[in-house]
Design a protein around this ligand. Sequence first.
Ligand code: GP9
Ligand code: MN
Length: 629
Amino acid sequence: MVNKKWPKHTILAIAIITTWLKTYIVYQIGFSITIDNVRQEAILFLSPLSLLLFLYGLSLFFQKQKNKNQYLLVMALVTSIILYGNVAFYRFFSDFITLPVLFQTDNFGDLGSSAAASVYTTDILYFSDFILLLTAVKLLQIKEENKESRKRHRKAYFVLSGAILFLNLGLAEAERPQLLTRSFDREMLVKNLGMYNYHLYDIYVQSKSQAQRAFADGSELTDVHSYVRANQVEPSEEMLGIAEGKNLIVVTLESMQTFTLNQEMNGQTITPFLNSLTEDEDTVYFPNFYHQTGLGKTSDSEFLLENSLYPLSGGAVFFTHGGNTYNSMAEKLGNQGYATNVQHANNKSFWNRDMMYESLGIDEFLDIQSYNVEEGQAVNWGMKDIPFFEQSVAHMAEMPQPFYSRLITLTNHHPFTLDEEDQLINEFDSNSGTLNRFFQTTRYLDEAVKELFDDLKEQGLYENSIIVMYGDHYGISENHNDAMAQYLGKEITPYESAQLQRVPFFVHIPGSGQGHVNDKISGQVDLRPTILNLMGVESDTDMQFGSDLFSEEHEEFTIFRDGRYVTDDYVFAGNTCYENGTGAEISQEYCAPFSERALAELNYSERVINGDLLRFYDEETGHLLDTEQ
Ligand code: GP9
Ligand code: MN
């Protein structure tokens, strides 16, 4: 072997192939990445390659074989450390490393001790590519390179590595549309982009938001503050504190839309239980309540609920600004002695919830690990809502009271599939399978909510709780307009499309006798002030954009995240001003003043988030803090 001369790029080829294969094997053994089909497996296999080709390929710019080798060895070591670092981190946190966790010093206490305890001697195998490469460098003799061919080969090589990157991104986009703009979940990013590209992407996203934060100071808060104070309303005396001291249960109704309530589909009732609540003596129902979410979908609705700030126009704020200072509803209730938690049977890094919930001051996150999903209890995205509610209520029975517990449902999620035994009504008969099935999953969610109420009664939690339920966002996008038009029996104009952004909102206060239909125009940004007033928790010095829906002074002006808005008189959508009620197109002049305010309000909110400005604000006193702090 010693006398034989090996082809000139042997070392590079060994480096790429060993690291590539090792990374793929580590994906299988070091993490529990869920793979649903062959295409996902193929993407997972391909994903480490593009960056390795590029990074290791830079060795082609070195002239001497010795320098090439040294460079490759350093890179093999660096990639091994990154991968192994993630494995060790994953052992404790079941999550991938993201830049902010490295800078959150309070994490380090945990990190240090857990990392030490999670290192085994066999972990040396995570460096096997490096070891093999080192051996190859020592043993193999490599042929000299000819200068002429070098440049040509190099060019071809980088074209190939670019092509592989695009192939990877293309496959990932097909598997997960809007992967990068929405950046759902670290696991999804890792399995579609590969660990190394994921880290580059993470560095980009996090440094962008850090840079904006670094240049911000407290003075930027002055006009936001005046705006918020000027739009503040007095709470309703009748409702203020009506649920003081009770447990607060907030249910997120996945993808539920108001158009299904009090309606039939081919003679079948879609939401019998929720319909009964719209006439219930203890329930307030809001038929003109709109979602205001953007790309962050469910997580945006949580953001609106907790902070009464608008989510961002680009990307999911849970991801991009998960480390900001917030003054969330959970934190405020926590300060009143409430135990606070979120229950959701999904992996905890989805929407970066595990990080964001810390910033929101939520005491506990009961994620999929807290559930026992038995045979037949999972469909579509995971655990079915009925067993989910049942186990969540069992968790509640163990919680110290009063508690604030949020339940996030999952079954009524695109692509809206159900097991046969859970199909309580037939499918619709349009050309959109999505819409056809949506009625069935909505019907299932309605049934699940009914069972939730029963479970709460059984556990003796019902009487002493208030139950708030809201739809998080639309389930049926504009891609299904033809099918929607068939169901509604009318054309889906931009006006109708805006009306379809209504999601249900219920406030159920057992024994209160306060039930009524409140048809004010309202949105998710109003959840926080409305709920806090019911709980008797003051929020009149808080930096919040919504207002109490029980207040006489609540202004009927609801702004969507994309700039559309609805007032009691007008609807602005598709750059057209419509009369609310008739849907008639009217002159832009009517809408102009609202358009300006809508833009200003969204900008104010965005500025608060991008600059992390709440760190300069004392919500106790309503004063701006010294910028130096
Ligand atoms: C995921 C669930 C659904 O945990 O909240 O997210 P969505 O896709 O609706 O935003
Ligand atoms: Mn959702």
